[in-house]
Write a protein of this length. Structure first.
Length: 418
């Protein structure tokens, strides 16, 4: 990853996109790799250097069709497939491939971008990213079926830079399901960007199913912006990856806007699942609710750092933040750090955090009803995640995600680590 590489990438982009690329290259050149001494990277060790990664010129051979999520979704409004950061399939009205888009589409895609100065991963995406999908929803249009965006990373040693941009016009409605996949045993780095601009009174829902392979390092970065009376929702299921991180920023810019963040994650073996979520209330009468639940077993680790920031002008704000964690093995760790930063004086907000093992009293109660200890614990784990699963907007995702979570628990039990 050199200056020459960045210059070559920028020269192939439309004029309107070159400024973004050059700014990213400048940041990438001067920024170091993150380390745990930085607050935003506390508790985690990456063990990689982006300078050693390669940018695929062509996509690798795609994986076999997804057998877990795609079959249960049902009717969709459109579909796109990205392999190694290169869009290979686009079907459906309102979907635009950025690599072949005009200046107007690139300008639209810049409306809610992840800042290049966030960290070296963001800078790399700005500098070297050349493709992505733009979902454009005109004012007043309600797209009833979801769009499906499948992201695959398959080439060993690659730096994969997929991008999804949702531009929802005034009074529109749209939902997108994103599925991340890569093969087990293949070392690579993926840095997906998801950017949402919800116009006045627009409703945007994004569901992410993260199923990276066991040697993938993934740093997903989201930036969602809401206008007046807009509603945004992000639901994420974190299942795979060696190291998988989601950095989320939601900016409530318009009065009356609303943000919902929903998440479940389950770590096993030596996985690290890392969540950094920031909701900024910048206008009055805004609301937000952040609710994440996770479990860790074997020698895995989870990290949650959340911040609700309420600006001086954001009076009448209502905001909540909750993170709960099950630690299923002696060698597993869960870190939970919720935060509030309140500059207004007429608000209602709160946060809650819990980290602990399965409830011994619940186990005793279930055993008194005839269950053996293993069945009692299994029922507790299943019930723990039900509170999240039943809130997913796309109810068809519930069964496969439930199966994935309970499959990980079964594996921990078989290894005798619970």
């Amino acid at each position: 990853m050199t200056k020459e590489t960045a210059a070559r990438v920028a020269s192939a982009l439309p004029q309107v996109a070159r400024k973004r690329s050059k700014a990213g290259a400048a940041q990438f050149e001067k920024m170091p790799m993150p380390d745990p001494r930085q607050e935003d990277w506390r508790y985690v060790e990456l063990g990689i250097d982006l300078s050693d990664a390669g940018l695929p010129d062509t996509p690798g051979a795609p994986m076999a069709p997804d057998a877990m999520i795609a079959p249960v979704i049902g009717e969709i409004a459109g579909r796109a497939l990205s392999v190694d950061g290169i869009t290979t399939e686009v079907e459906g009205e309102g979907l635009v491939r950025l690599a072949t888009a005009d200046d107007e589409a690139w300008s639209s895609a810049a409306s809610a971008g992840v800042p290049a100065g966030l960290d070296r991963f963001a800078a790399a995406h700005h500098a070297f990213g050349t493709d992505g999908i733009l979902v454009q929803v005109p004012a007043g249009r309600a797209v009833t079926a979801p769009y499906l965006f499948e992201v695959q990373a398959v080439t060993p040693g690659a730096l994969v830079l997929p991008r999804l941009v949702v531009d929802a016009g005034e009074g529109s409605e749209v939902s997108v399901i994103v599925v991340y996949r890569s093969p087990d045993g293949v070392e690579l780095t993926a840095v997906p960007h998801v950017e949402v601009a919800a116009g006045t009174n627009a409703h945007v829902s994004v569901a992410v199913v993260q199923m990276w392979g066991d040697q993938t390092t993934a740093v997903a970065q989201h930036h969602h912006v809401a206008g007046r009376d807009a509603a945004m929702e992000l639901a994420e299921a974190g299942i795979g990856g060696r190291f998988a991180r989601m950095h989320l920023t939601m900016d409530l810019e318009g009065p009356g806007s609303d943000a919902r963040v929903l998440g479940l994650y389950f770590g096993h073996h030596t996985q690290t699942l890392d969540y950094r979520a920031f909701v900024n209330h910048r206008a009055p009468n805004t609301t937000s609710d952040m609710f994440l639940k996770g479990a860790v077993g074997d020698r895995s680790r989870s990290v949650f750092t959340g911040l609700i920031r309420i600006e001086r002008d954001a009076q009448k704000t209502l905001a909540h933040q909750t993170n709960r964690n099950l630690v299923l093995s002696e060698g597993a760790e869960a870190h939970s750090v919720p935060n509030l930063e309140i500059l207004a004086n007429d608000v209602r907000c709160g946060h809650g955090s819990a980290v602990g093992p399965l409830d011994a009293e619940q186990r005793y109660y279930l055993m008194s009803r005839g269950l053996d200890p293993a069945a009692a614990d299994r029922l507790q784990v299943k019930g723990f995640f039900e509170e999240v699963l039943t809130r997913f907007r796309h109810q068809a995702l519930e069964p496969p995600l439930r199966t994935a979570a309970m499959g990980k628990y079964a594996g921990i039990m078989e290894r005798g680590r619970a």
